[in-house]
Design a protein around this ligand. Structure first.
Ligand SMILES: [Fe+2]
Length: 183
């Protein structure tokens, strides 16, 4: 029987197959890193003593994370990276108990967490931190990944409780999302 690695026989070991194998391994590793980041975030959120605040934070971060993965996938972007940005995007506000400048300060916090956890390369860290830095600027249109995070945040704000009125600054973005997703 012919020897093989990961289903690729030695005879088929060319550059193309090596790249496929590396991609597969990277994907496996990236599936684990979201879980690892969530473990860190869960631990931080569990420090919030007030039940309603803690519960609200968990529901929002996981809700935005799911929406971000779906939007990213639909637009051909990396859902894993989008989910990671979402898990971190409001963490500063929850930890500080204030939304003052939370996007900019949140980007700094995200950078320190990501450099501690070593789950992302430099480019990915920059992508996540920039999306967090810009996520509160809902009226501006920024890079593709920035837009995924803003849109995911808006989806959760507008659809988590349909009885709540939609904020003026989120109306146009929400309408655009409804058109994009046929809702
Ligand atoms: Fe948010």
């Amino acid at each position: 029987m012919e020897k093989n690695i990961e289903g690729i026989s030695f005879r088929e070991y060319n550059i193309g197959n090596m790249i496929k194998l590396i991609r597969k391994k990277l994907k496996e590793a990236s599936m684990g890193r979201l879980k690892e980041l969530r473990k860190y975030v869960d631990n931080e959120l569990n420090k919030i003593e007030d039940f309603d605040k803690r519960n609200g934070a968990i529901v929002h971060l996981y809700g935005v994370s799911l929406a971000a993965a779906m939007i990213a996938r639909k637009r051909g972007l990396d859902p894993d990276l989008a989910s990671m940005a979402a898990m971190l995007h409001d963490l500063y506000a929850y930890a500080a108990g204030s939304y003052d400048d939370h996007a900019h300060k949140g980007a700094e916090l995200a950078r320190s967490i990501l450099s501690e956890l070593k789950l992302t390369d430099e480019e990915e860290t920059d992508t996540i931190c920039l999306a967090i830095y810009r996520h509160d600027d809902k009226l501006a249109e920024d890079s593709a990944m920035d837009e995924v995070l803003k849109d995911a945040d808006v989806i959760h704000h507008c659809m988590h409780d349909l009885s709540k009125p939609i904020k003026d600054k989120e109306r146009a973005r929400f309408d655009k999302l409804c058109a994009e997703f046929g809702m």
